[in-house]
Design a protein around this ligand. Structure first.
Ligand code: NAP
Length: 256
């Protein structure tokens, strides 16, 4: 489904990362990939994982740095000469913001959460637009959570960031549609990853999904990755600006 396609995947921290599951599925579907790491601390992890892919490009990128984003785009340009898809799986909020009441959210915590988790989609997308245009269009995919619309204990400022991220998906889709660049999000059910474990009481959320989702279970990494491959490839060529729920149906439930 993705043969002869070049993709960039941002947000691989370790083997449990949703972005890594997507990278593996995209590679299995035939894509050649660039992966990024945020800091030297994680470089080795990402390089070890990338070694399992065919001819990977591994590049540093802290998404809060415009310079690093520009350097990343330049590396992809040199190596691939264009880009067909971007997977954006970066998110962060200072830990203190995910364990105290939302009303206590600090100005700095709010700024950081929105910068890393929402604005980075805009900045990365802008940087890769010329590379996608060279390939006749492209597909941008980000990852969000239902906490953008409903209150989940301790999700707090990350819910606000996800609301901004989802609105950004719609505005980017509108801007870039005329250039044949599509922008979508997957809203995944809860999955035990590094980022998720930073949310106090996360295992309660997992249990509530198991009890109440129509499918009576949690979602698996591979299920999110399969939907991602669909949204990155030609099968979804008329879909843009969408938030696709991959949550075992939880979001349709009335809560009783
Ligand atoms: P993860 O493995 O911890 O991935 C989060 C990634 O964001 C990490 O690679 C992290 O790198 C990166 N990141 C944070 N700050 C960054 C920065 N300044 N520059 C570049 N990268 C940065 O957790 P995940 O659950 O797979 O998260 C991936 C996406 O899925 C996130 O957007 C998350 O909100 C979303 N999501 C997760 C769930 C869930 O239940 N797990 C559900 C719905 C949506 P570092 O480790 O170096 O900080």
């Amino acid at each position: 489904m993705l043969s002869n396609k070049y993709g960039l995947v941002v947000g691989v921290a370790n083997k449990r990362s949703i972005s890594w599951a997507i990278a593996q599925a995209a590679a299995a579907a035939g894509a050649r990939l660039a992966l990024t790491y945020q800091s030297e601390r994680l470089e080795e992890n990402v390089r070890e994982l990338a070694a399992k892919l065919e001819q990977p490009l591994v590049v540093p990128c802290d998404v809060t740095s415009d310079q690093q984003i520009a350097d990343l785009a330049a590396s992809i340009d040199r190596e691939f000469g264009g880009l067909d898809f971007l997977v954006h799986g970066a998110a962060f909020a200072p830990p203190a913001e995910l364990s105290s009441p939302f009303v206590q959210t600090s100005r700095e915590g709010f700024r950081i959460a929105l910068d890393v988790s929402a604005y980075s989609l805009v900045a990365l997308t802008r940087a890769v637009v010329p590379l996608m245009e060279r390939r006749g269009g492209g597909s941008v995919l980000t990852l969000t959570y239902l906490g953008s619309q409903r209150v989940f204990t301790n999700y707090n400022v990350m819910g606000v960031a996800k609301a901004a991220l989802e609105a950004s998906v719609r505005y980017l889709a509108s801007d870039l549609g005329p250039r044949n660049i599509r922008v979508n999000a997957i809203s995944a059910g809860p999955i035990k990853t590094l980022a998720a474990m930073g949310i106090a009481g996360f295992s309660n959320i997992l249990q509530i999904y198991r009890d109440r989702a129509p499918l009576r279970r949690n979602v698996e990494l591979g299920e999110v990755a399969d939907t991602a491959v669909f949204l990155l490839g030609a099968g979804s060529r008329a879909i843009t600006g969408e938030i696709v729920m991959v949550d075992a149906g939880f979001s349709v439930s009335g809560g009783i």
